[in-house]
Design a protein around this ligand. Structure first.
Ligand SMILES: Nc1ncnc2c1ncn2[C@@H]1O[C@H](COP(=O)(O)OP(=O)(O)OP(=O)(O)O)[C@@H](O)[C@H]1O
Ligand SMILES: [Mg+2]
Length: 314
């Protein structure tokens, strides 16, 4: 399908998955790829960290929005910001006529009081800010780097939970409005990320059914990150390599190890395809110490090609 059409098909993409599988890298890759389709992008981090900025060669951004990539001839602007529950609560209260309380109470842990009273409220507050940004058309595409670990499901479940807990009033309304956004596929979709290994894939399969059936959010394609690129004819090349017998034997061991890993990986990719009827976008493992702007370009190029090769998504 046309990548530009894909990125324009939903205003908010929430990138979720198990801790450490590459959510931040995937969110940054989506931002870079969408920008190359001419879209303006706002990348939102909700974990309280600013992990994405260095991948764009920019300084870490804070709560305030910062430009990560300036708009050019061929690409849209990418801005980044972070949203934390504390800051979202202060903003929300300030916008609802509680400025005086905010001034008096933020220092004494207002959020903790509110959070204890209504479970899920922290996540809902963050969602509320995202919804406000979406309503204000802050960018053509808002990419949300969702919280780590098993928290992703809790994050997605929070609006429904709060709607039940607070049966009326502003908080209830906020929950209802957020639910309206996340259950409308033209406004919000979830992109789940995994790596091609057994446990993360099992978790992804479970999460995906919970997300669609229980939370009612549409799932976009699944991103399989850190896929080992295939090296064809490794054995054949070894035979002709100019090296000592000792080196040859070391290389053969390495080649065997690599072949073993790719075989395991292929098995997992096939299993995922079999168990989960969602299109896959595969991103290669990048070799090096950390992911910089050049690597991100490479990942975005791969993502664009992968989307191009997908059948039209309905
Ligand atoms: N395709 C890749 N190739 C090489 N390294 C990668 C790739 N994807 C992610 N990494 C590296 O793996 C680590 C984890 O990636 P990332 O921070 O994106 O994961 P995460 O899911 O956001 O983690 P967390 O749950 O802690 O937020 C980082 O050091 C990142 O640079
Ligand atoms: Mg992360």
């Amino acid at each position: 399908m046309d990548p530009g059409e894909f990125f324009a098909s939903s205003r908010v993409l929430i990138v979720a998955g198990k801790g450490g599988v590459g959510k931040t890298v995937t969110a940054a890759t989506i931002a870079a790829a969408a920008s190359r389709c001419g879209l303006s992008v706002l990348l939102v981090e909700v974990s309280g960290r600013s992990a994405a900025a260095p991948m764009f060669g920019a300084d870490a951004q804070g709560y305030e929005e910062a430009v990560l990539v300036h708009a050019g001839n061929q690409h849209g602007e990418i801005r980044g910001r972070s949203i934390t529950p504390d800051q979202a609560l202060v903003e929300w209260l300030s916008g609802h006529g509680f400025q005086r309380i905010v001034k008096r109470m933020t220092k004494s842990g207002l959020l903790e009081v509110v959070a204890t009273a209504t479970p899920g409220i922290k996540d809902l507050l963050v969602f509320g800010r995202i919804k406000a940004l979406e309503a204000a058309r802050a960018a053509d595409l808002i990419v949300v780097d969702a919280p780590a670990a098993g928290h992703a499901l809790g994050f997605l479940r929070s609006p429904a939970g709060v709607r039940e807990a607070a049966r009326s009033g502003t908080i209830h309304r906020q929950a209802v409005e957020v639910l309206e956004m996340i259950s409308d596929p033209s406004r919000c979709q979830v992109v789940l990320v995994t790596i091609p290994e057994e446990t993360p894939i099992n978790e992804l399969i479970e999460t995906s059914f919970a997300v669609e059936d229980e939370v009612g959010v549409k799932l976009g394609p699944v991103v399989v990150n850190s896929v080992l690129p295939r090296i064809d004819g490794l054995d054949g090349r070894l035979r002709w390599a100019k090296c000592s017998d000792h080196e040859r034997s070391d290389l053969a061991t390495a080649a065997e190890f690599r072949a073993g890993r790719t075989a395991l990986q292929d098995e997992q990719l096939a299993r995922l395809e079999d168990r989960l009827p969602l299109p896959q976008i595969r991103l290669p493992q990048i070799f090096g110490t950390s992911i910089g702007p050049d690597d991100l370009e490479q990942l975005a190029t791969t993502m664009l090609a992968e989307i191009e090769s997908l059948e039209d998504l309905s």
